[in-house]
Design a protein around this ligand. Structure first.
Ligand code: BTN
Length: 260
């Protein structure tokens, strides 16, 4: 039997971090951890404060999409106060931390699809959302939101059933949410502390991208652009070589791999 009682004590007790997860606010049920994290950050919550929900009723994803997080999955947000120069690396470090933690707990081999979807067997198992408030050259706060499908059965949800998967489904066993969360918090802190060497985070993220060297479609706003994903730069933008030979730099979008 896998211990899976997501609770304050189970997450925070003897957690080997200096600050990430040293304050955890746990809600059995919540609209979105992002909203609570924003309020907490505006009131000056300690860096590393984690908001975690057993279940979210209004989870949100990138580009105003809905994020499904019924009970039994992971939905958390982490409050940070990084230097403005570190902002582009937050998404990269969050992706890497998820990949490393999922590998450590399950032995599965997740991949990163640009910019920050975590895939297993070509299907999405985790989404990452970062939000920040920046004034001039100063970051008021940054929030990393992470949703990981642990027990979600994609077949139960028409809107995601061909595109999503979960750790239970992929591993064929019951994965412990608490184990994944604790690994994740330790790993996020470890990588966060290496941010002064942002280069190594960028390189490790780039090397994990399943997107590079592939023919892809990118939906960016109302545009769909097709081409070869050539490279990513240090800010996280994707360089796409179009069929006519021209090159386009894409800062945000949704990628579909043409040849899986
Ligand atoms: C995406 O892939 O579009 C990003 C999904 C991010 C979901 C997480 S779950 C925890 C946090 N709270 C939210 O409402 N969203 C993020």
């Amino acid at each position: 039997m896998v211990a899976d009682n997501l609770s304050l004590a189970s997450i925070a007790d003897n957690l080997s971090t200096r600050f990430i997860g040293q304050r955890v606010i746990y809600y059995p049920r919540l609209a979105s951890t992002m909203d609570v994290a924003r309020r907490e950050a505006q009131q000056g919550a300690a860096e590393g404060t984690v908001i975690i929900a057993g279940e979210q009723t209004e989870g949100r994803g990138r580009v105003k999409r809905t994020w499904l997080s019924p009970e039994g999955n992971i939905a958390l947000s982490i409050i940070l106060y990084p230097d403005v120069s570190y902002l582009p690396y937050l998404v990269m470090l969050a992706s890497l931390a998820v990949v490393h933690s999922v590998e450590a707990v399950t032995g599965l081999k997740p991949q990163v699809k640009w910019p920050n979807d975590i895939l297993i067997s070509g299907k999405k198992v985790c989404g990452i959302l970062t939000e920040s408030e920046v004034k001039g050259n100063r970051v008021d706060y940054a929030i990393i939101g992470i949703g990981i499908n642990i027990s979600l059965r994609a077949a139960d949800f028409a809107e995601i059933f061909t595109m999503a998967t979960s750790l239970n489904e992929e591993s064929g066993r019951k994965v412990s949410r608490v184990d994944v969360v604790r690994h994740l918090l330790v790993e996020i802190e470890r990588l966060y502390l290496t941010l002064p060497d942002g280069e190594s985070i960028y390189e490790a993220w780039r090397d994990r991208l399943v997107t590079l060297g592939k023919r892809i479609y990118v939906e960016s706003g109302s545009n769909v652009i097709e081409g070869m994903a050539e490279s990513v730069d240090r800010s996280g933008a994707l360089m796409l070589r179009r069929v006519d030979g021209s090159s386009t730099r894409i800062v945000a979008g949704d990628v579909t791999l043409r040849d899986k």
